[in-house]
Each structure stands twice: as structure tokens, then as C-alpha cells.
Design a protein around this ligand. Structure first.
Ligand SMILES: CC(C)(COP(=O)(O)OP(=O)(O)OC[C@H]1O[C@@H](n2cnc3c(N)ncnc32)[C@H](O)[C@@H]1OP(=O)(O)O)[C@@H](O)C(=O)NCCC(=O)NCCS
Length: 159
């Protein structure tokens, strides 16, 4: 899938094992408490939707989604610092939501730190609503931070 973003072409494709080192480099730059390489390899092994976005031939972002029993869970969404603010996060999310719809998913869930203004703005403008809180879900500099649980219901045309 290709999409024109601010005059640039973003290409979204399945993540391969060979992408994991580049993905890990971004993960460690962008998160204070990053996933391990093992988690990404496990997500690939069990067949989760692991996607990468390339801009100008560079791996610029990635996203991971699990799905089953009519539900999908966005497990990770990340855009490298120098590529942020160009619509790439939105493009990755739209790609995953298209895939979820194609898998007859009724509802998409994700967790986000309430302090993550950029991510919250993105999810809310895509139609996600806050449906709950997971207490002390995330590690934080001073202990733990709650997670906001967001959900989006996907509408299907009647047959
Ligand atoms: C969240 C993230 C994926 C967004 O990616 P991005 O490519 O920068 O996002 P986009 O360029 O598509 O912008 C999406 C929206 O967020 C808004 N936004 C971007 N940075 C923002 C900020 N610091 N505060 C508020 N809104 C912000 C943009 O204005 C845009 O909204 P608009 O289309 O209404 O103008 C990116 O910031 C990131 O990877 N952060 C680190 C990892 C992370 O926190 N992932 C989410 C975990 S739940």
C-alpha cells in the first residue's frame, strides 16, 4: 500500500524478521520503556499484523495488531522522531483499521498513557473513545502510570 503524505510517498508493508534490528533501534529511541526484540519476534511468529512504513527508502515507523473473535488490539504504534508530524502515524493507524475491517472485526481496542498527548489526539480524531482505565499499567519514571483504554466500533453495511 502506498499513500502520498505531505508530498512524500509512504509505503506500508509487512514487517520481516530482517526488519527487527531497525525496528528495535526506533523502539529504543522513542520509548523510555521499550519492547524487547523477543516481543517483536514473538508477534511475528504468532502471526500478528506487524507492519512497517518506509519513507524515502528508510524504515520510519511500525505498528503491531492482534485480532480474533471479532476484536482487534493495537499493541504498538511508533514513528521515528524525525518522521513524526507528517501524517505517518495516522496512515499506519488507517492501514491497521482497514485490515481489521477486512477481518470482520467489530471493535478495536488499545491502551495509551493519558500523558501521551500526540497519541491521544490521533486516536480521538480517528473516532476512538475512552472506555476504561487500567490502574498502574505502565512503568513510569516515578513508579507506575495508569493506562487509558480506548475503543473504536467498526460499522459494517447490512448484508
Ligand atoms: C503517536 C505517534 C505514533 C504519532 O505519529 P505521527 O506520525 O507523528 O502522527 P501524525 O503526523 O499522523 O499526526 C497525528 C495527529 O497527532 C497530532 N500531533 C502530533 N504531535 C502532537 C503533539 N505533540 N501534541 C498533540 N497533537 C500532536 C498531529 O497534529 C495530528 O493531528 P491532525 O491530523 O489533527 O493535525 C508518534 O508521536 C510516536 O511514535 N510517538 C512515540 C511512540 C508512542 O507514543 N506511540 C503511541 C503509543 S500508544
Amino acid at each position: 500500500m502506498s499513500a502520498r503524505l505531505h508530498g512524500e510517498v509512504a509505503h506500508i508493508r509487512p514487517m520481516a524478521e530482517a526488519d527487527v534490528p531497525a525496528v528495535m533501534a526506533i523502539e529504543q529511541r522513542m520509548y523510555p520503556f521499550p519492547w524487547t526484540e523477543r516481543i517483536f519476534r514473538d508477534c511475528l511468529r504468532v502471526g500478528y499484523a506487524c507492519r512497517v512504513a518506509e519513507q524515502g527508502g528508510q524504515l520510519a515507523g511500525y505498528a503491531v495488531m492482534s485480532s480474533g473473535a471479532g476484536e482487534a488490539h493495537i499493541l504498538n504504534l511508533c514513528v521515528d522522531g524525525e518522521h513524526q508530524g507528517r501524517g505517518l502515524g495516522r496512515q499506519l493507524m488507517c492501514h491497521l483499521l482497514d485490515e481489521a475491517a477486512g477481518r470482520a472485526v467489530d471493535a478495536v481496542f488499545l491502551e495509551v498513557r493519558p500523558s501521551n498527548r500526540a497519541a491521544l489526539h490521533l486516536y480521538e480524531t480517528l473516532g476512538f473513545n475512552r472506555v476504561g482505565t487500567r490502574k498502574d499499567y505502565y512503568p513510569a519514571e516515578n513508579g507506575r502510570e495508569d493506562a487509558a483504554i480506548l475503543a473504536l466500533t467498526l460499522a459494517f453495511p447490512l448484508q
